[in-house]
Ligand binder design. Structure first.
Ligand code: HEC
Length: 193
């Protein structure tokens, strides 16, 4: 009888212990800290064991996909430089054209975007009589014909803003900025007639 109790006792102990062990997991690891078994988890911009950053900085001069570099600084000199020398990449000159022109598609999109982003202040015609100017919410919106602006300066102002006009560089991409720029030039030419 005594030996029977012993057997039961051993059985219970073995059962209790073995049920706690997860058989799916490796229980003993030799050389656990080498990266042969487990990869070392690095923080993305943290330090590696040899003190280097785990993610290397991109090579100097690297630009993000789709990013268009803009070299004119946000200053009066930058404004003047852009006004005098920045030229649109959208103008094309066909053998049949006497001057370089902007395609109708680009112009149409410029008009469409102008209606969304600019007309509330500048007015549909560019005369400074947008609804926000008329109801006095935004003051000092100029008539385009009163400003000595070029395609370069218009683009520059879209990049950085001017006075209380904010930058539009995050809402519209480089191509769209040029499309709007050409539409503004067209409005200005009509106002000057
Ligand atoms: C919130 C109102 C507002 C919006 C929206 C706005 N503007 Fe302006 N804009 C102004 C004001 C005010 C000025 C005058 C800034 C100054 O000279 O101090 C101005 C000035 C300008 C000038 C003349 C800058 C110069 O060199 O003298 C241009 C060109 C221009 N805006 C184009 C645009 C275009 C294109 C859009 C749309 C993408 C736009 N603006 C959106 C308010 C606005």
């Amino acid at each position: 009888m005594k030996s029977f109790i012993k057997i039961i006792a051993v059985f219970v102990i073995v059962l209790t212990c073995s049920s706690c062990v997860d058989k799916q997991k490796r229980q003993v690891q030799y050389m656990a800290d080498t990266d042969m078994y487990t990869p070392v988890g690095y923080e993305t911009y943290g330090e590696t064991a040899d003190g280097e950053a785990s993610v290397r900085k991109p090579v100097e001069g690297t630009i993000a996909r789709g990013q268009v570099p803009y070299d004119y600084p946000d200053s009066q000199t930058g404004y003047e430089a852009a006004r005098d020398s920045l030229r649109s990449p959208l103008k094309i000159q066909l053998p049949t054209d006497s001057i370089a022109q902007v395609s109708k598609k680009d112009m149409d999109n410029g008009k469409y975007l102008y209606g969304i982003y600019c007309a509330a202040c500048h007015g549909d015609k560019g005369d400074g009589q947008g609804s926000l100017a008329q109801n006095g919410k935004i003051l000092g919106v100029p008539n385009y014909k009163d400003r000595d602006i070029t395609e370069g300066s218009i683009y520059h102002v879209l990049m950085y803003g001017k006075g209380i006009m904010g930058s539009h560089s995050s809402q519209i991409n480089a191509k769209e900025r040029w499309q709007i720029t050409h539409y503004v030039e067209e409005l200005r030419a009509d106002l000057l007639k």
